[in-house]
Design a protein around this ligand. Structure first.
Ligand code: SAH
Ligand code: SF4
Length: 388
């Protein structure tokens, strides 16, 4: 893989950019060290292992703190490379402990990342894989934004590093972690950016670094069937499927990608997902839309569809956004739907909404805070010019 990461674009287009080492895979790191002639090729692997621990176990962003590397070498490294994080433009903490960061990867390239406590083993980080999305799921706010671009592996890893900085989890703890799980449920369709997502997972899961086990990393997809097998083989990540409907006519509307890969094709792809077992179940996400997909009949249809697949179900109360025609199902309707699934042996299927006060819920990422910032700017402008 190339060593010039978009992370450094912020430095300006005319200045030659130094590669950022913190977003490279182990292989990429070795190659970058050789290409920059900082080490002899026969020593590159050893040096990369040493750097890897400083970068991914200790979370360092400064070569000068790498005390077991000769001062001269540290200076050479700093001459050729950078380690800095992208800029955190905004940070919010919810009443319920949810944290949200708006991160500027490069000018005009901003994504949101959300930390949700008490999810998974200890707490989950919801990361973005793209800026915007090419798919247009009708209930999703991200779907109304055009795709700006794929994030690089470094930009995906940077979201984890920034959360770790904020949670003060360096050096990478083996136990009692606050950040224990990663979910690719932020902005974008991860399977349309699989190369970078897979590299990012290699970095995040590495045992001598951030060391979040692949079984605690979940990739959510709207159903890009041809990439499912590659996802499983390359990442061994847990799979989540955004199903949302039990018949093609409705799913064609809610998740338009269904017109390309219908429910039968999707279910066949899921059954073939590498490594599926009772210990490694697929999560089916189902957003609860009032009067659209929330009847008891549909709960029963869902059960029929999932028969024989090691599965968990996540009912997501719909998070409304300005301009949407959808509404969230009533609580009682959600409970009735959940009870049918419960009776069939699916435990605690309702996902409690978190971080709503800071607009950190699913499908609300980025655009809302952009809007708020725009309205704050307008307010400031109005205060600055009272005569108008
Ligand atoms: N593109 C991927 C991952 C990002 S979306 C996918 O679609 O799976 C993460 C989850 O949030 C998906 O299940 C998506 O359907 C859901 N979601 C999107 N908008 C939502 C909203 N407004 N309310 C509730 N869930 C939403
Ligand atoms: Fe894209 Fe997922 Fe939103 Fe659909 S639900 S528009 S795939 S981010």
């Amino acid at each position: 893989m190339g060593v010039t990461l978009d992370l450094s674009r912020a430095a300006g287009l005319r200045t030659p950019v130094k590669p950022n080492l913190s977003g490279l895979t182990r292989k990429g790191l070795v190659e970058a060290l050789i290409a920059a002639e900082v080490v002899r090729p026969d020593k590159a692997k050893m040096r990369a292992t040493q750097l890897w621990r400083w970068i991914h176990h200790y979370g360092l962003t400064d070569f000068d703190q790498m005390t077991d590397i000769a001062k001269e070498t540290r200076a050479q490294l700093a001459e050729a490379f950078v380690l800095n994080r992208p800029e955190v433009v905004e940070r919010q903490v919810s009443k319920d402990g949810t944290r949200k960061w708006l991160i500027r990867m490069a000018p005009g390239i901003e994504v949101e990342t959300v930390y949700i406590p008490d999810v998974g083993r200890a707490g989950a980080l919801c990361v973005s894989s793209q800026v915007g999305c090419t798919l247009n799921c009708t209930f999703c706010h991200t779907g109304t934004q055009a795709l700006v671009r794929n994030l690089t592996a470094g930009e995906i890893v940077a979201q984890v590093q920034i959360a770790r900085d904020d949670l003060e989890e360096w050096p990478s703890p083996k136990e009692d972690r606050r950040l224990s799980n990663i979910v690719f449920m932020g902005m974008g369709e991860p399977l349309y950016n699989l190369d970078h997502v897979a590299d990012a997972i290699d970095i995040i899961a590495d045992n001598e670094g951030i060391a979040i086990s692949r079984r605690r990393i979940t990739v959510s997809t709207s159903g890009v069937v041809p990439e499912l097998e590659a996802l499983g083989n390359r990442t061994q990540a847990m799979l989540a499927i955004s199903l949302h409907a039990t018949n093609d006519a409705l799913r064609d509307v809610l998740v338009p990608l269904n017109r390309k890969y219908d429910i039968a094709t999707l279910m066949a792809g899921i059954r073939a997902y590498p490594g599926l077992s009772n210990a490694r179940r697929v999560t089916f996400e189902y957003v609860m839309l009032k009067g659209v997909n929330d009847s008891p009949d549909e709960a029963r249809a869902l059960l029929r569809l999932l028969k024989g697949i090691p599965a968990k179900i996540n009912l997501i109360p719909f998070n409304p956004w300005p301009g949407t025609d959808y509404q969230c199902s009533d609580w009682k309707t959600i409970e009735t739907f959940a009870a049918i699934l419960n009776r069939a042996g699916y435990a605690s299927p309702i996902r409690t909404p978190r971080g709503r006060d800071i607009l950190a819920a699913c499908g609300q990422l980025k655009s809302e805070s952009e809007k708020l910032r725009a309205s704050a700017r307008r307010k400031l402008a109005a205060e600055d010019s009272p005569e108008t």
